[in-house]
Structures are given as structure tokens and as C-alpha cells.
Design a protein around this ligand. Structure first.
Ligand SMILES: Nc1ncnc2c1ncn2[C@@H]1O[C@H](COP(=O)(O)OP(=O)(O)OP(=O)(O)O)[C@@H](O)[C@H]1O
Length: 324
């Protein structure tokens, strides 16, 4: 990377007893980038973010954030980062504004700009009119928005967000992405986030897919999808078992029932569908063709969907796709 990277990670490792939570990951995040760590629960996302934020001590490897080593320059790293973690750490008995003032003082935000900065971050997350309300009266979404405001208060170089929208309603999730995009436009800031939502990973400039403590691929969502190369075809028929057999016998295609439809992947869905109707030898009641999604990217690189990786349930479809 030409200019100094906002985050540099080399062979970073974390072992908890016998559990290899993070197995030697390496990557760089450019200044101003929105970088996402995408992976199922237990993949090692929180542990990695914890090491970058100096909250978890690495077992091996090295990392710098805003140019400072996360082990030997912890204070410098901490001054340069904002954190929004899964569990809220706001004081419910204080008002929203008092929570922010406390944080601003802790981080040495100059008194001369403190009031103005608090107002700016609270307006950004649309909470200025609730500044005097005690945080214990806030909904989960309001608390998360206030945490984001707090994370930005001391103008950090890198904002770390661990699953920033988990457990929130769709409207609040959209609002939080609105703030992230606003920040991308207006602030000189790098955003490092973790998520297990495919739709949110789409908004990132680049994503690293992490599975079982290892990065399996890093690229922009567009490049990752282009790399899969195959379209997904779903058909409805009167007899799914017969359709799966016919696909295997006549086209050499392995299909499986997924989301209630016979599902398979081919290089060009549009070109394949006319052949399908002509040669399958049984009635098809409906057909849909879709371009690769990040779900397909995840499956192509890990042999499982993110949902199944989380439930630990290897369905037949996944096994079939993994064998291709
Ligand atoms: N403090 C700890 N002690 C022991 N094992 C841990 C500890 N923290 C994490 N692990 C283990 O390390 C692995 C990675 O966990 P981690 O929380 O980093 O994953 P994750 O991708 O962030 O998932 P989640 O979103 O559920 O937090 C898991 O197997 C987890 O059980």
C-alpha cells in the first residue's frame, strides 16, 4: 500500500488453551477505507478486533494501528481509535450528554471544542433532542447510536465496530449504515467492522472472509462475486427428487433442495434455462436465475453457507456444493 496503512497485520495469532481462535492472519487496511471482517459466530472476528484495539494480547505475529504497534504502543493506539463493541458500556444512570462528556474528558478532548463536538456527534446519530434523558430509558437502537457517537467523539483515526447492527431492527440498521456513509464522506477516518450479515458486507470497500480463525479471501464485494463466476438457478417442479435425478443424468449437474426449490449453479443461467426446459423431460412450474451473491462467495470459499456454519449443520446442499 502506497501511503501508510491505517491497519497492518502480519501473521497475527491468538490461542486460548487448545483453541486456535486466530491462526496467523495478515492484511492491510488503507486510510479512509471501510473494511469488513465477514464470518460466522466463532470465526475469530471479535478476537482479531480485540487484538487490534489492544484489549486482547496476541500470542504471535504483529499489528499496527495508525502506525503504532498494538503491543508496545498501546496508549498511542488507544488514543487513535474509537470502539463500538457488542455489549453496551454506557452508564444508564447518566444522561446521554453526560456519558459523552465523561468520555471526552477521559480522552482529553479540549474543553474549548468539547461542547461543539458533543453536539455534532449527537446530531449525527439524531439524539441531540434526547441529550438530557437518562440512558436507561433508551431503546437498544438508541444505545447503539449513542455508542457510535461516543466512539467518534475524540476524532479517532480508526473506528472499530464489532457487529454494530446485531440485534437491531431493519430501520435502525439502515440508519447506522447512513451514519457510516456520512462519516466516509465527511471525516478523515478508517472504519474496521465485523459482521455476519451478507447484505452489510456489501457496503464495505473490501471484505476479508474469515472462517475457523483464518482469512480465506480478501477483496471488494464486486470482485469476490465476479470471481465465483456461476449463476444460481432455482426451479420448482412437481417432483423434486425426480428433478434432481434428471439434472444429474442429463446434464451432470448436482442439485439439491434449498429454500424450497431445486437449486444448482451453472456458468450462464440465461443460456442454460432454454436447454433445461427442452431437455429436462419433466414439467417446470417456475424458474429463477440469480447472479452470485456474497452468500455464494462465502460458500465457494468455505464449502458452507454462513448460516449453516453458525448452526453447525452441514446440509446436503452444502455437501453437494462443496464437492463441485
Ligand atoms: N476469552 C476466551 N477464552 C477462551 N476461548 C475464547 C475466548 N474468546 C474467544 N474464544 C474462542 O475463540 C474462537 C473465536 O471466537 P471469537 O469471539 O473471536 O469469534 P467471532 O467470530 O467474533 O464470533 P462472535 O461473533 O460469536 O463473537 C471461538 O472458538 C471462541 O470460543
Amino acid at each position: 500500500m502506497g501511503e501508510q496503512a491505517a491497519v497492518t497485520v502480519r501473521d497475527l495469532t491468538k490461542t486460548y488453551g487448545k483453541v486456535d481462535a486466530v491462526k496467523g492472519v495478515s492484511f492491510e487496511v488503507a486510510p479512509g477505507e471501510v473494511f469488513g471482517f465477514l464470518g460466522p459466530n466463532g470465526a475469530g472476528k471479535t478476537t482479531t478486533i480485540g487484538m487490534l484495539c489492544t484489549l486482547v494480547e496476541p500470542t504471535g505475529g504483529s499489528a499496527t494501528v495508525a502506525g503504532h504497534d498494538v503491543v508496545t504502543r498501546r496508549d498511542e493506539v488507544r488514543r487513535n481509535i474509537g470502539l463500538v463493541f457488542q455489549d453496551p458500556t454506557l452508564d444508564g444512570y447518566l444522561s446521554a450528554e453526560q456519558n459523552l462528556r465523561f468520555h471526552a474528558e477521559l480522552y482529553g478532548v479540549p474543553r474549548s471544542v468539547m461542547g461543539e463536538r458533543i453536539r455534532w456527534v449527537m446530531e449525527m446519530v439524531a439524539l441531540w433532542d434526547r441529550k438530557d434523558a437518562k440512558v436507561m430509558t433508551f431503546s437498544g437502537g438508541m444505545k447503539r447510536r449513542l455508542e457510535i457517537a461516543r466512539g467518534l467523539l475524540h476524532s479517532p483515526r480508526v473506528l472499530f465496530l464489532d457487529e454494530p447492527t446485531v440485534g437491531l431492527d431493519p430501520q435502525t440498521r439502515a440508519a447506522i449504515w447512513g451514519y457510516i456513509n456520512e462519516l466516509r464522506r465527511t471525516e478523515d477516518i478508517t472504519i474496521f467492522m465485523t459482521t455476519h450479515y451478507m447484505d452489510e458486507a456489501e457496503y464495505c470497500d473490501r471484505i476479508a472472509i474469515i472462517d475457523h480463525g483464518e482469512i480465506v479471501v480478501i477483496d471488494s464485494p464486486e470482485e469476490l462475486k465476479a470471481g465465483v463466476g456461476e449463476d444460481r438457478v432455482q426451479i420448482h417442479t412437481g417432483d423434486d427428487t425426480a428433478a434432481i435425478e434428471a439434472l444429474r443424468d442429463r446434464f451432470g449437474i448436482e442439485a439439491a433442495v434449498r429454500e424450497g426449490a431445486v437449486t444448482f449453479a451453472v456458468a450462464s443461467g440465461e443460456r442454460f434455462v432454454p436447454r433445461l426446459f427442452a431437455e429436462l423431460g419433466m414439467p417446470i412450474t417456475s424458474v429463477s436465475v440469480s447472479r452470485p451473491s456474497l452468500d455464494d462467495v462465502f460458500m465457494a470459499h468455505t464449502g458452507s453457507t454462513i448460516r449453516d456454519a453458525e448452526s453447525g449443520d452441514g446440509m446436503a446442499w452444502m455437501r453437494t456444493m462443496a464437492r463441485r
